[in-house]
Write a protein that binds this ligand. Structure first.
Ligand code: RB5
Length: 143
């Protein structure tokens, strides 16, 4: 599975740790920046991952900012994107089962790496349930 990853300065360290962990697990990782702790604007980095998902160049996106909030708001402004802020383990499971999220968001200043990696694992092991959720996901993308 190819995973596209990006962060602003608030998520830079966490993004690098996630990339390292996922590479060690055998995932193909596309790191789209940022490349230092110099201040940048999170919408620019959300956009990079959004485009990879919409162009079907990656199957899953991961975005990190200080809290995970700004970067998830930015990603969710794009039709076809379902970005989920995985703030606990139950949410990680249901973000797959019900929301079929295609981008996972995390807070570099608010979360621990062990919690983030466990939530990614829970999400990846869960299965989208379809059924009534297909109808709801279709309604997200109505004009
Ligand atoms: C950057 O200082 C910070 O505002 C950003 O990383 C994020 O937390 C925004 O939601």
């Amino acid at each position: 599975m190819k995973i596209a990853l990006a962060a602003d300065h608030g998520g830079y360290q966490m993004k690098n740790l996630i990339a390292q962990n996922l590479r060690n697990q055998g995932f193909e990782i596309e790191d789209l920046g940022t490349d230092s702790e110099e201040s940048v604007d999170y919408p620019d980095f959300a956009q990079r991952v959004v485009q990879e998902i919409l162009r079907q160049k990656a199957e899953l996106g991961i975005l990190v900012c200080g809290t995970g909030i700004g970067i998830s708001i930015a990603a969710n402004r794009h039709k076809g994107i379902r970005a989920a802020l995985l703030y606990d383990d139950y949410v990680a499971q249901v973000a797959r089962e019900h929301n079929n999220a295609n981008i996972l968001c995390f807070g570099g200043r608010t979360m621990k790496i062990e919690d983030v990696m466990r939530r990614i694992d829970i999400f990846l092991k869960a299965k989208y349930e379809g059924g009534r959720h297909d109808r709801r996901l279709c309604k997200l993308d109505l004009d």
